[in-house]
Design a protein around this ligand. Structure first.
Ligand code: HEC
Ligand code: HEC
Ligand code: HEC
Ligand code: HEC
Ligand code: HEC
Ligand code: HEC
Ligand code: HEC
Ligand code: HEC
Ligand code: HEC
Ligand code: HEC
Ligand code: HEC
Ligand code: HEC
Length: 281
């Protein structure tokens, strides 16, 4: 078999030699001497020309380059110098740290491992490659979750920040509101996402929330004619489950004798219901 191929090849090369000898030589006209052609100064390539031959890189930068929308040669100080025999590809490619510091710390020095396309700087690194390192870069959130333990501390970051890096989840994905018309945008006013039990009881909070769990008291307070109906729940209850002392606001009313108060030490013995004080009217 190999012998047969060898014979065929020999025959083929013979016939080529034959052709060369049999066809009359057709001399090309010699090129004309034309110094005028060299009377120009070649101009450096324009960015537009880079883009003509490298449309993908050009388009990537145009669409997702962000602040990297400057000339290619700011990064590619050397280009068209790749030589497979020298195996010099990495050596001639730009190094991010020529312009940037190790912005995320020494541990994350392999920039292209996450920023996989250097021509698309605004493209967020994929969630899969950053998943084990959230707290390296977001120390605050990790610390918040740890300092004030809640059931959110037991979730992993990506259970909430799922699908893509930077996604902010809505509370609605996992929770019901306290009352049917409650706006989910308002949840974080009372529940900071990473410390949901640090509920600030200040007078500005949305009081109808209380009705979700204390509907009887809320209804009573809303309809009372006493002046306590104008006092915010959170002005008296300055933290959840905290019970105020009447005297922090009223002191000892002058009209109340010491003897009387000694006999009835609890103000509510007479005033009965703080959320719906009996009044003269
Ligand atoms: C020639 C200098 C230079 C080089 C090299 C360079 N950058 Fe930049 N980069 C900049 C400048 C300038 C900005 C905008 C200023 C800033 O945010 O610091 C920027 C911004 C960025 C941004 C933010 C983009 C935006 O629009 O908000 C990312 C991400 C980034 N660079 C990543 C990289 C990575 C990864 C590399 C390596 C592949 C790299 N850079 C190489 C100069 C450079
Ligand atoms: C922010 C810096 C930066 C800018 C600006 C930039 N490049 Fe690059 N480019 C790189 C880096 C880094 C690599 C190496 C990528 C790698 O190692 O995989 C690269 C690789 C390349 C490559 C070879 C690898 C490939 O993907 O084919 C070409 C071609 C290229 N760039 C063309 C361009 C052109 C054309 C422009 C301008 C339109 C440009 N680059 C602008 C940083 C840059
Ligand atoms: C006439 C077409 C043409 C133009 C214009 C051109 N290139 Fe290239 N370039 C190529 C070809 C062909 C290759 C080799 C194949 C490849 O990598 O795409 C190459 C490779 C590259 C590479 C990777 C390999 C290396 O040796 O650097 C870079 C980086 C690069 N070009 C940058 C540029 C920049 C920057 C410009 C504009 C200043 C530019 N090119 C203009 C055709 C062109
Ligand atoms: C472990 C993955 C990872 C590595 C490695 C990494 N980055 Fe990033 N980088 C990110 C993520 C995630 C972001 C946020 C991107 C976003 O907000 O869309 C980011 C953002 C940036 C930004 C924008 C900063 C800002 O505040 O918006 C720059 C600049 C940047 N990286 C440069 C670099 C450089 C330079 C290197 C290498 C020294 C590098 N990165 C290595 C994951 C990484
Ligand atoms: C290599 C560093 C790095 C890693 C790893 C990283 N991030 Fe980021 N992340 C950034 C940078 C830089 C930004 C943009 C600047 C900022 O807002 O802090 C960002 C932005 C975000 C944002 C949006 C912030 C906003 O205000 O809109 C969220 C949410 C986020 N990261 C969550 C995560 C989670 C969850 C993980 C792990 C799955 C993670 N990040 C891993 C660096 C990183
Ligand atoms: C229970 C769901 C949940 C978990 C678990 C969670 N986050 Fe968040 N995260 C959120 C929500 C919701 C926001 C938006 C908060 C806001 O708008 O104030 C947020 C905001 C962020 C932001 C933007 C800046 C800020 O603080 O508002 C970063 C960064 C972030 N989270 C990182 C993390 C990291 C890192 C982890 C894990 C250590 C984590 N998150 C765990 C729900 C969660
Ligand atoms: C990805 C799902 C998810 C998201 C998004 C989420 N949570 Fe949760 N949250 C949970 C789980 C799971 C628990 C544990 C209790 C349960 O099953 O309801 C929890 C518990 C809580 C608790 C009780 C904490 C405790 O320790 O008792 C509060 C309050 C809370 N979430 C508020 C919020 C608010 C407000 C948001 C939006 C800022 C939010 N959550 C976003 C999953 C989530
Ligand atoms: C006005 C403040 C306030 C607002 C606004 C608020 N909450 Fe609450 N939330 C509370 C209080 C108080 C508790 C009870 C905490 C406790 O038992 O220690 C609570 C408890 C919870 C719990 C845990 C108990 C349960 O019912 O499972 C979840 C989950 C929760 N809230 C989700 C939400 C969501 C989702 C929103 C937005 C729609 C929201 N909260 C808005 C004050 C608020
Ligand atoms: C956070 C402050 C605060 C606390 C705590 C408080 N009150 Fe008051 N109370 C008020 C205010 C404000 C009024 C309106 C009249 C005023 O300015 O004195 C008022 C009015 C009253 C009145 C007159 C009612 C009317 O409608 O004419 C009585 C009686 C009263 N409080 C009793 C009590 C008793 C009893 C307690 C304890 C169980 C108590 N208060 C706790 C703030 C408070
Ligand atoms: C003027 C101050 C004041 C205001 C306003 C007020 N509370 Fe109270 N609240 C108290 C005091 C004092 C007690 C303790 C009563 C007792 O010892 O019987 C109490 C008790 C409670 C209790 C537990 C006792 C029970 O009866 O179950 C709940 C729940 C409560 N308040 C919720 C609310 C809600 C919700 C609001 C707003 C709708 C509100 N409070 C407004 C002062 C106030
Ligand atoms: C998610 C449900 C929920 C919401 C919303 C809620 N609470 Fe509560 N609250 C509870 C539970 C559960 C208790 C404990 C009841 C017990 O121990 O019997 C409680 C207890 C209290 C107590 C103390 C009761 C006592 O007997 O000492 C006060 C005061 C109180 N809540 C006020 C409020 C106020 C004010 C709001 C609105 C800002 C509110 N709560 C919103 C669930 C809630
Ligand atoms: C023995 C019954 C009794 C006790 C105990 C009692 N009060 Fe009164 N209080 C009254 C009566 C009666 C009035 C007058 C009611 C009216 O004018 O409608 C009154 C009026 C008030 C008023 C409104 C008029 C004013 O003087 O400012 C306040 C506020 C008040 N009491 C607070 C308190 C506080 C705080 C305590 C506990 C330290 C307390 N009371 C204990 C019976 C009592």
């Amino acid at each position: 078999m190999t012998r047969f191929i060898a014979i065929l090849l020999a025959a083929a090369s013979l016939s080529v030699v034959g052709m060369v000898t049999t066809i009359p030589a057709q001399q090309q006209p010699l090129p004309q001497h034309n110094p005028a052609l060299y009377a120009v100064d070649p101009q450096p390539l324009t960015l537009d020309q880079c883009g003509q031959c490298h449309p993908v890189h050009f388009t990537d930068i145009r669409q997702q380059g962000g602040k990297h929308q400057f000339d290619c040669r700011e990064c590619h100080t050397t280009f068209h110098a790749y030589n497979p025999r020298k195996n010099n590809f990495s050596a001639i490619m730009p190094d991010c740290t020529e312009c940037h510091t190790l912005i995320h710390g020494d541990k994350h020095s392999q920039c292209l491992g996450c920023h996989s396309n250097p021509h698309a700087a605004t493209k967020a690194p994929s969630l899969a490659v950053v998943i084990s390192f959230c707290a390296d870069c977001h120390t605050d959130q990790g610390a918040q979750l740890a300092e004030k333990p809640s059931l959110h501390t037991e979730l992993s970051c990506d259970e909430c920040h799922h699908s893509e890096h930077g996604l902010i989840p809505s509370c609605a994905e996992c929770h019901q509101p306290h009352f049917s018309s409650q706006d989910f945008a308002g949840c974080i006013a009372c529940h900071p996402a990473h410390q949901p039990l640090e509920i600030p009881f200040n007078p500005d909070i949305e009081l109808q929330t209380c009705s979700g769990c204390h509907d009887d008291i809320f209804a009573k307070w809303q309809s009372t004619v006493s002046l306590h109906g104008q006092v915010s729940c959170a002005e008296c209850h300055t933290a959840h489950k905290e019970i105020p002392d009447c005297r922090t606001c009223h002191g000892t009313p002058p009209a109340h004798s010491k003897t009387m108060l000694k006999k009835f030490p609890n103000c509510l013995d007479c005033h009965l219901d703080v959320h719906d004080l009996p009044t003269k009217n």
